[in-house]
Design a protein around this ligand. Structure first.
Ligand code: NAD
Length: 481
């Protein structure tokens, strides 16, 4: 029987009391590598109680000591960088180099958190009246929670946990039930770095466990990353329960290719953006708008690249694209290929016909041309290796089409013209903007988030926003007699 995963609460691994267990797969082989509890809602109450118990002493631990845990954690993550990447590839399927880079992005957030003594400094204004001074302190909230998606099992928990706990909060993490193992390994290393018991707790589960978190009266704030409908649900429910919420949602990312671009470099950037990680990235390019006469040449070059893309086991260095996360998701993505054809788009490369391994949840890269604005493949998040090409006569119209999307996670322009890049930067409605960058990835020292339906909330993930999100400001005015 597959290994049953346990919660981690306080100083122990806790057996779940669940009525439903879901298999955790290795998507490359289709093999079941574990079982995860889905509906042990009472574990949330237990974890919150333990996190509450740990809060006061952790919040009073000197900030330098909390930061030193982050320094040690950073070194341990670096020492285990490769084996963490292997855990990610095993349960997610992405190629090892991608998994390695994901862990690297997560380590950068730990480096950000190690700078907490600077970031958590308050402010003082002396003499606001005769003999009266005012000062502002940043204080932790208490127990906070994080709910994460399947597609970045290392990076996204690391967006949340290090800034939250270094600020003095205690944490309940609910990782994705489809990729729950990486979080357990991240937690082991954090304990090894010296984190006291109860500061970080992991509760596995699905929808009902999330709802218990969203309604738990002792949880002060919720960080969420996942699909748009769930992000909206999390935002509405947790906000109605009086919590601070940041909910990062789904995406439909537009890339605009100008006629003056370097076509070879653009094709490489687009291939990696659209097909890297099998298109299961919130920053994946999913619609390309070719401006002016560039589209025909672009489609030809993309077709050639897609047809020769090496699809297979992510642990093989020659592999460029791994499997999708589940067979059900692969079938859903294949359903979009059928819909694109029905809606009248031209199927240039059919991922269903690509050479793939005989086992696992694979689907090849797909390329559509002559896609129009109203087609579902241009509007809905597919979250798979399907790229749609549209055409527009000029940049202004291309940006207008991209801005009609409900989403605004990221957008990129490929050009050699500063003026085009500047117009794009100033008019595109997206939170993460790229110029000649296929995936404008999060940089830990900056806030990360999309706009429009890609984000519900106010303060973004990482950067100084994270420290504002996970702390309360207290202002004291004093005089001495
Ligand atoms: P998902 O929304 O299915 O799941 C995310 C989390 O929510 C999981 O922990 C899951 O257990 C929980 N959940 C699922 N359904 C729920 C429900 N009905 N009620 C309450 N909780 C529920 O997302 P996913 O498939 O794991 O991840 C992929 C999605 O995440 C894509 O839409 C992608 O664009 C998005 N994403 C966004 C960002 C970003 O930064 N904006 C980053 C990564 C992924």
């Amino acid at each position: 029987m597959a290994k049953r995963l346990q919660h981690v609460i306080g100083d122990s691994r806790v057996n779940a009391q669940a009525t439903r267990w879901d298999p955790v797969y290795n998507p490359t082989t289709g093999e079941i590598i574990g079982e995860v509890p889905i509906d042990d809602n009472n574990a949330v109450d237990h974890a919150v109680e333990v996190a509450r118990g740990a809060f006061s002493s952790w919040a009073q631990t000197p900030i330098l000591e909390r930061a030193r845990v982050m320094f040690r954690y950073r070194d341990l993550l670096e020492a285990h960088h490769k084996d963490l990447a292997e855990v990610v590839t095993r349960e997610h399927g992405k190629v090892l180099s991608d998994a390695y880079n994901e862990v690297g992005r997560g380590i950068e957030v730990v480096e950000l958190a190690a700078g907490a003594p600077n970031l958590l400094k308050g402010e003082v204004l002396q003499g606001v009246a005769h003999g009266v001074d005012t000062m502002m302190f940043r204080v932790p909230l208490g127990v906070v929670a994080g709910i994460t998606p399947f597609n970045f099992p290392a990076m996204i928990p690391l967006w949340m946990v290090p800034p939250a706990i270094v600020s003095g909060n205690t944490f309940v993490l609910k990782p994705s039930e489809r990729t729950p193992m990486t979080s357990l390994r991240l937690m082991e290393l954090l304990k090894e770095a010296g984190l006291p018991d109860g500061v970080l707790n992991i509760v596995h589960g699905g929808r009902t466990v999330v709802d218990r978190i969203l309604n738990h009266p002792a949880i002060r704030a919720v960080s969420f990353v996942g699909s748009q409908p769930v992000a909206e649900h999390v935002y509405r429910t947790a906000a109605a329960a009086g919590k601070r919420v940041q909910a990062l949602g789904g995406a439909k990312n537009f890339h605009i290719v100008m006629p003056d671009t370097d076509l070879g470099k653009t094709v490489e950037a687009l291939t990696s953006s659209a097909y890297g990680s099998a298109g299961e990235r919130c920053l994946a390019g999913s619609v390309v708008i070719g401006v002016g006469g560039v589209a025909d040449e672009l489609v030809e070059a993309m077709r050639d690249r897609a047809l020769h893309l090496v699809v297979g086991d992510g642990t093989d260095p020659a592999t460029e694209m791994g499997p999708l996360i589940r067979d059900t998701h692969r079938d859903r993505v294949a359903g979009y290929i059928a819909r694109g054809l029905e809606e009248g788009a031209k199927l240039v490369v059919d991922g269903r016909a690509h050479p793939i391994p005989s086992q696992g949840f694979f689907l090849g890269p797909t390329l559509f041309d002559h896609v129009t604005d109203e087609m579902s493949i241009a509007r809905e998040e597919i979250f798979g290796p399907v790229l749609s090409i549209m055409r527009q006569p000029d940049l202004v119209q291309a940006v207008a089409v991209a801005n009609r999307s409900d989403f605004g996670n990221t957008a990129t322009i490929y050009t050699r013209s500063g003026a085009s890049a500047q117009y794009f930067r100033d008019h595109i409605q997206a939170g993460m903007v790229g110029v000649n960058i296929g995936v404008p990835a999060p940089v830990a020292w900056f806030p990360f988030s999309g706009w429009k339906h890609s984000f519900y909330g106010d303060l973004h993930a990482t950067g100084t926003d994270a420290f504002l999100f996970y702390t309360e400001r207290r202002v004291m005015t004093s005089r001495w007699w």
